[in-house]
Structures are given as structure tokens and as C-alpha cells.
Ligand binder design. Sequence first.
Ligand SMILES: Nc1ncnc2c1ncn2[C@@H]1O[C@H](COP(=O)(O)OP(=O)(O)OP(=O)(O)O)[C@@H](O)[C@H]1O
Ligand SMILES: [Mg+2]
Length: 366
Amino acid sequence: MRPLVIEHVSVRQLRNLAAVDLDFGPRFNVVSGDNGQGKTNLLEALYVLATSKSFRASRPGELVVHGGELGSVRGRVREGDLSREQSVGVRPGARLVRIDGKRPPSLAAYAVATPIVVFHPGEIALSMGGGSERRRLLDRVALYLEPSSMGELESFARALRERQKALEVRGVAASDLDQWEELVARHGVRVMATRRRAATELAREAERAFERIAAEGLVLRATYAPGAPEDESRFRDELASQRARDMRRGGAGAGPHRDDLSLTIGDHPVRGVASQGQHRAVVLALKAAEVEVVGAARDVRPVLLLDDVSSELDRGRTAALFAFLRAHEGQVFLTTTRPELIDTGPTAGPADRADFRVVSGVIGPG
Ligand SMILES: Nc1ncnc2c1ncn2[C@@H]1O[C@H](COP(=O)(O)OP(=O)(O)OP(=O)(O)O)[C@@H](O)[C@H]1O
Ligand SMILES: [Mg+2]
């Protein structure tokens, strides 16, 4: 797989990063600092550069410095022998993306240009939480397998909202319901088809990764559990037959918004039976799978961002993580309050490991 390297970034007015200009190494970049200094903000800026979105804020305006109007991140990305400039400007309600000064055809086209995978402590919800974090995982992977999946998901969600509004305002006999249900089913089955592909690929890699990470003998199984019939006309029939129920409960009972990636260890659901350590092993396995599948889809080694993860892991799991990172051979960014504990293996110079230190949003050499 071709290497992918973020060589340089300039961040302006994002969170507490007023003006940051940095060159990075092609392998490990270790970002250290005390709590609340801006480590996660730097990873977030890199994630925004690569995808135009944050991994923790839902609205672009939250990313802009308090009291500011516009934030931006621009960067130089090298992929194999080619180099490109990417930039993302954010202000409340809007994002502006450019690749080599030009507007890409869509945000989805921008988001798949530079594959990146983030691993942060909140992702323990992948194993312990309800389905939403797992649906997001499926959608991140689906985007690389089928870039139109982002648009299909938006069209599905819009049609579902209109159907619900029609039900609640005009009741089960509203004349436009047929039309909305047709759209819900049409876009919904496409969303489910791509998620099923994503789930199948993720499952294969996650099961393999779990074998390496977890104690011997434990087997992880990941299976796509669709939230509605995957056949379009059956899905439409189901919607039509459940109008009264959906009106009463204020939402549709069937649809890909209820999808899940069901996880079991030794035939028992992970949620409910797994120990803390097993949950963490499951999350590591899923993230390793995301790296593999996304990388294979674009034939590059994704850039990896790890936010303070070793604080979440025990010694055995940390060793497994670093073994994975060293084998990955791509560019890795790690944040930590304790850089001396980050075992990047033997290093011959800044090409192997570059250290940075963050103090109050200002970043210098470590
Ligand atoms: N929109 C914003 N404008 C200005 N400052 C912000 C904004 N959003 C967050 N901050 C500030 O950024 C700082 C937190 O940065 P960050 O989350 O990167 O810390 P961290 O170094 O990762 O800390 P920890 O080790 O606790 O995770 C806080 O001081 C917070 O008040
Ligand atoms: Mg942090």
C-alpha cells in the first residue's frame, strides 16, 4: 500500500489553536502536554483537514475559536509520489473545502481523498454503547466502498423526516405518505446494501484482529443486523402497515436508522457479558479492521490519530496496540500526558519519531 503523509499543517482560529504551523514526520508524531492544553484540538484539526468534519463536534461553528467567526486548517498531503494542498474553512453553519485550490464535486469526494482513522477514548461506546456509534463506523467505511452512500443516507433521512411530519400533521391517510414511503424505502435499501458490504469486510478483519489481541480461545463475531427488510417492496409494505404505530411512537420502527453491527464473543452478546478489558479488545479489533478496510479500499495506509489511548488500556492491550502501530508502517499521531510511556520502538531520528509539546494552544518541539 502506498504511504500517505500529512507533511505540513497551518491551523488558524480553531478551538484554542490560534496560529499553529507545523511540519510532521512520516512515522510517529508524539504530541504531549498537560490536560486542557490543546492536544485533542490538534488531532481534531488534522481530522477536519482530512474529512472536513470533526470527530467530536457535530456543528462546524463549535470548532471556531470562542468569539471568532472563521477558523481554518490547510495542509500539504503526500500520497506516494504526488503532493496536494487541502484546506477546510469553517464558520457557523458552513464548511468550505478545497483540494489544490479547487472545489471538489462533493463533500464526500473531499472526505475520501485522505483516509484517516481516529481512535479516541469515547469509542469504547463501539463495544459498550447502543447502535449509533457502530452505525457511524459502518458509514465511515461505507463512504470508501461507495462514495454515493453519504448522499443516500441524507436522502433517506430527509424522506423519513417528511413521512413522520406528514403522519403527525395529517394522519395515517395523508395523501403524500405513499410518495415519502417510496423514497424512504428506495434510499433506505441502498444505505443497507452498502452498510452490509462494510459490515462484511469489517467483520472479517475484526475477527482476525481480535484473535491476536484477546486471550486465546475467545472468538469475536460481527454481523450486520439490518433495521428493516432489505428488499425495497417489503420495506415499503412494512412502512405502510405500521403508520399508526409510527405516528403514536413519534418515529419509524423500521429503517436503517435502527441498523446495528451485532457483536458476540463465544456466542454471547458483547454488551452485557464482556469484561472491561474485553470491551477494549473489541474496540481495538474494530479500529484495526477500520484501518485495514479503509486502507484496502484506497490502496494507501491511512493516517492514524490516537488520542490518549494508552490511558484507557492495560499493559497487555497497550503492547498489542503498539505492535499493531509499528507493523502499520504509516503515519501515526499520538497524544499523551506522558510521552515517556509511548513505546515507538527503536528510532533512528525524526523520520521515525518526532515529538511536540502543547502549552495553551501553542505547539513547539517536544
Ligand atoms: N471553540 C473554542 N475556542 C477556544 N478554546 C476552546 C474551544 N473549544 C475548546 N477550547 C479549549 O481548548 C482546551 C482543550 O483542549 P483539548 O481538548 O485539546 O485539551 P487536551 O490537551 O486534549 O486535554 P486532555 O489531556 O485533558 O484531554 C480547553 O482549554 C478548552 O477550553
Ligand atoms: Mg484530550
